[in-house]
Design a protein around this ligand. Structure first.
Ligand code: DLL
Length: 432
């Protein structure tokens, strides 16, 4: 017997879904046009009016939105409801200094949490489960999203947030957690710590809901073996709501998109042209019923494929593949989105030349980030001066990125100059 959190929405026929999407879409275009001058201007520039949009078949007429638009419109420029109706923000990295801030009304939060509840139920969860949420809480959407979903399902929720591994394992053992929600790399770290402590027999986990960063099928098998669980993927992004935009079911062959809320398109990242179903391209989302922060045609920069092959779980929601890469240069390091341009901004603001290298690797299942930058020509080269300058950069990078980088000041002119595009990022992890 299959279980769904919202059986009607999750299993409706294609025709019914298309009709629902159309209805919400037309309302949403009007809501955005009437309430978001920034987007109205973009529509005017493209010569398109709400009356030109008669159904989803016309969606290609609408302009795209990107992180760049979010940066320009920061902080309130894309808000579509009065502040009095907003009850929460969540936030993630922007491409430079400005963070992305997404707003939610209470209804928006309810829908987001329902999507996370769908994910928990799709992974076999019900109100007898004990769900340990080890995603970060706070501005990051991982903790609050899964926490809300777990409450909606009626599970006992353990809001450990991330970090403090000993305490995580203690709770997992003492409260007999059955679900673990965290990034796949943190799950692997926890699995190894459990093994080292010889506590494998004392944990009762049966499922994991892991996402926010790329992970391979090999990593899934490892996690399933080490923790004795079924490991499910979950996808999402702050701009569209957070985790639960799509989630895996028992088939574990792609993630069902909550397409009654988020309408997906696949486009050619170069030309912006909409590609036929089954093509590999950039995923674009239109939020169909978001009130406070309704983004139309938001380019995720995630490359993937959509599939409508019937699923044995009975859900009719379209499935997306795991992201197969990105069409921009965003890195996800320890679950945190990092743009090379943010690092460059910090270095230049501290008077360094743009001669630097960013090295990313994964050591013992934990991502490492090293930044090599050339010492300023007029800077003394004694150890004290160098160490103190490095510490300053580490702290500035931490406040920009939210994670710690190892900074190494190297000899002036020692970083190889390139004759074409500079290769500034060397990512040795094999994620896709
Ligand atoms: O990472 C939301 C989330 C939290 C998803 C917890 C799943 C679990 P952002 O910080 O805004 O939101 O980052 C969004 O992360 O565009 C993808 O590139 C990447 N990403 C998210 N989930 C996955 C996944 C959250 N399952 C960006 N696999 C997205 C691969 C993922 N990449």
């Amino acid at each position: 017997m299959h279980k769904y959190y919202q059986p009607h929405e999750e299993t409706m026929s294609r025709d019914e879904m298309r009709a629902l999407q159309n209805e919400k879409f037309l309302k949403q275009v009007k809501h955005v046009y009437d309430n978001v001058p920034y987007y109205r201007k973009k529509m005017e520039e493209k010569g398109v009016k709400p009356e030109d949009i008669k159904s989803l078949d016309d969606i290609h007429l609408l302009p795209f939105l990107t992180k760049e638009d979010l940066r320009i419109a920061y902080p309130y420029g894309l808000l579509a409801t009065p502040l009095e109706r907003c009850v929460r923000i969540q936030s993630t990295s922007g491409t430079t200094g400005k963070r992305v801030v997404a707003f939610y009304t209470q209804e928006d939060l309810d829908i987001w949490e329902e999507c996370c509840a769908r994910a928990i139920v799709a992974a076999g969860g019900d109100n007898s489960d004990v769900v340990q949420v080890s995603y970060g809480y706070g501005l990051f959407t991982g903790g609050p999203g899964l926490d809300g979903g777990s409450h909606k399902v009626g599970c006992l929720t353990i809001p450990t947030s991330s970090g403090n591994t000993d305490r995580q394992i203690q709770f997992m053992v003492d409260l007999q957690a059955t679900f673990l929600c965290c990034t796949p790399s943190y799950a692997m770290y926890l699995a190894e710590a459990i093994e080292e402590k010889g506590l494998r027999d004392q944990i009762k986990l049966r499922a994991g809901i892991f996402g926010a960063e790329a992970w391979t099928q090999e990593m899934r098998r490892e996690l399933e073996k080490k923790l004795g669980i079924k490991a499910y993927d979950i996808y999402g992004l702050t701009e569209i709501s957070g985790p639960g935009v799509s989630f895996e079911c028992e088939e574990q062959t792609g993630m069902h998109i909550c397409e009654d809320h988020f309408y997906p398109e696949i486009i050619d990242p170069e030309t912006g042209e909409v590609l036929p179903e089954g093509s590999k391209g950039e995923l674009v989302f239109t939020s169909l019923d978001k009130e406070a922060f309704p983004l139309l045609r938001y380019r995720t920069k995630d490359i993937c494929v959509l599939s409508r092959k019937p699923c044995s779980c009975g859900r009719t929601l379209v499935k997306m593949s795991k992201p197969l890469g990105r069409s921009d240069d965003m890195l996800i390091i320890r679950g945190v989105n990092v743009f090379p341009s943010q690092i460059e901004t910090v270095l230049l603001n501290h008077g360094y030349e743009p001669n630097y290298q960013i090295l990313v690797d994964r050591v013992n299942n934990t991502d490492t980030l090293d930044v090599n930058v050339e010492r300023k020509a007029d800077m003394a080269s004694d150890l004290d001066t160098v160490k103190s300058a490095e510490r300053k950069l580490v702290s500035a990078l931490r406040s920009m990125l939210g994670i710690t980088a190892n900074v190494h000041l190297v000899e002036p002119k020692s970083i190889t100059r390139s004759e074409g595009k500079a290769v500034r990022v060397i990512d040795k992890r094999k994620l896709y």
